[in-house]
Design a protein around this ligand. Structure first.
Ligand SMILES: Nc1ncnc2c1ncn2[C@@H]1O[C@H](COP(=O)(O)OP(=O)(O)OP(=O)(O)O)[C@@H](O)[C@H]1O
Length: 240
């Protein structure tokens, strides 16, 4: 495998506050990589830096071998990045099908829309909800619709910000299966996540961020067995 995304000594500071400090993270093409860490570790900031929503104070970001450090988010999206934020950005007053049509119409001819919407609905487990307004969906279904809208862009790299926030254990598991099947279809995934069951289910590699630095990296088994990690992270939040 080779790195699809690489951050090199990425710094972000606000005045004297160093939110990320020299973060070098390599994401291999084809992997599911989870980013975990205690509250305030800098996870969201790193996520925004990768997406281009905030610009770094120092360091570089490489994507598919290209320096994208100063590109705008839409330019990154054009290169195959897609993002699902924690708060669903779906159109509540529109039906599920209409939401997917909006996401698809950027790159798909009208004649192919219905077939692709059907395919996505099946994949998302939302086939029975196609004509429902998005506002009528359960919390989990809204998150899946949003994943579907991100996937409609046929991303090479999917960025997920706490995809299971507020979900029941069953919904969380179903989300994990969705992410795994996207990955089997070739999508590289970076997920910021607090839910350790989800991380255990999907992650091929885990990076632990602490005080703005990569503190540990490895498989979930290695991370769980690392006493230093337990001290800064699991010790406080393992079962809460
Ligand atoms: N725009 C900003 N201006 C000033 N400080 C900021 C800004 N954004 C984030 N911070 C600070 O940077 C630190 C890291 O925040 P960040 O949201 O990246 O952490 P996190 O790991 O995502 O936390 P959580 O798990 O609670 O979401 C926090 O102390 C936060 O207050």
């Amino acid at each position: 495998m080779s790195a699809l995304l690489q951050t090199e000594a990425l710094d972000k500071h606000y005045g004297g506050l160093h939110v990320t400090a020299g973060v070098s993270l390599a994401l291999e093409e084809g992997e599911i990589h989870c980013l975990i860490g205690p509250n305030g570790a800098g996870k969201s900031t790193l996520f925004k830096l990768i997406l281009g929503a905030v610009l770094p104070s120092g360091g570089r970001i490489l994507y598919a071998g290209e320096d994208i450090t100063n590109l705008k988010p839409f330019q990154r999206i054009r290169r195959g990045m897609s993002v699902k934020f924690q708060v669903p950005g779906i159109f509540q007053a529109l039906t599920v099908r209409q939401n997917l049509a909006i996401a698809l119409q950027h790159h798909l001819a009208r004649a192919h829309l219905d077939r692709e919407i059907d395919r996505l609905l099946e994949f998302l487990g939302l086939h029975a909800a196609g004509l429902q307004r998005a506002s009528e969906l359960s919390h989990g279904q809204k998150q899946w619709l949003e994943i579907g809208m991100a996937v409609a862009l046929k991303p090479r790299l999917l960025l997920l910000d706490e995809p299971t926030a507020g979900m029941s254990p069953d919904e969380t598991h179903a989300t994990g299966e969705l992410v795994r099947s996207l990955n089997r279809a070739g999508v590289t995934v970076l997920a910021v996540e607090h839910d350790m069951e989800f991380v255990r289910q999907v992650a091929q590699r885990v990076s632990v961020l602490h005080l703005g630095r990569i503190f540990a990296q490895g498989s979930m088994q290695e991370i769980v067995a690392d006493e230093r990690v337990a001290e800064i992270y699991f010790g406080e939040t393992r079962y809460d």
